[in-house]
Write a protein that binds this ligand. Structure first.
Ligand code: FMN
Length: 189
């Protein structure tokens, strides 16, 4: 057994994935912001909902509410300068300069997409749930753009080492090795 100690519930560490959310500003320019409160759920047999949660007031939240659409760009290790750039600026202080990255449009939705990202969701909001100052958006995934080096046989066959994702805990981490598949660790597996 691990030797644990109880502490005050002040942490939110959930081994978070790092995404940069791309949205359209009112004037048609692009806005990007890191969001790591990102998960998925499922409401029917086919298809998943991306779940993203945002606290307080921010342009990304306003844009998602107003337009109902956004891109979620997975952050790989080589994108950390972008993550820090977009995460340390509020759009309310002025238009975020996107000249340091190549921005393209989504293939299914008219949303700004970071060309560098190896896994991009194009999403439309289905439902918003408000809990105090946070808004959590349940969103249909209308398209996924995958890095061509990934060859997925099925929904469970995603080799994260190809994506080299940034994992967030309050600090940035990278992934270790691919350990196996479901069942590999059962007796005789
Ligand atoms: C690593 C990192 C992770 C973040 N994750 C979230 C998050 O999950 N939810 C949230 O509301 N804000 C999150 N933020 C804060 C927003 O990215 C930040 O407030 C940003 O400036 C908002 O930009 P905007 O005004 O263009 O929307 C995160 C910031 C960083 C640097």
């Amino acid at each position: 057994m691990a030797a644990r100690r109880s502490v005050q519930p002040v942490y939110s560490m959930c081994v978070q994935p790092a995404f940069i959310i791309g949205t359209n500003n009112e004037d048609g320019t692009a806005n990007f912001a890191p969001i790591t409160w990102v998960s998925v759920t499922q409401e029917k047999e086919e298809g998943y909902l991306l779940v993203i949660s945002m606290f307080g007031t921010k342009r990304t939240k306003e844009n998602v509410r107003r337009t109902g659409i956004f891109s979620a760009n997975l952050v790989s290790r080589d994108m950390l300068p972008l993550m820090d750039f977009f995460g340390t600026r509020h759009a309310r202080d002025g238009l975020k300069d996107v000249s340091g990255c190549r921005v393209v449009r989504g293939e299914t939705l008219d949303v700004p997409v970071l060309d560098e990202s190896r896994w991009v969701y194009e999403c439309r909001v289905k439902k918003e749930v408000q809990t105090g100052l946070s808004s959590t958006f349940f969103c249909e995934i209308l398209n996924i753009q995958l890095d061509k080096r990934l060859s997925c046989r099925d929904t469970f066959d995603v080799d994260l080492t190809v994506l080299d994702p940034v994992i967030y805990s309050g600090k940035y981490h990278s992934l270790g090795t691919l350990l196996g598949e479901i069942g590999d660790f059962l007796p005789g597996g």
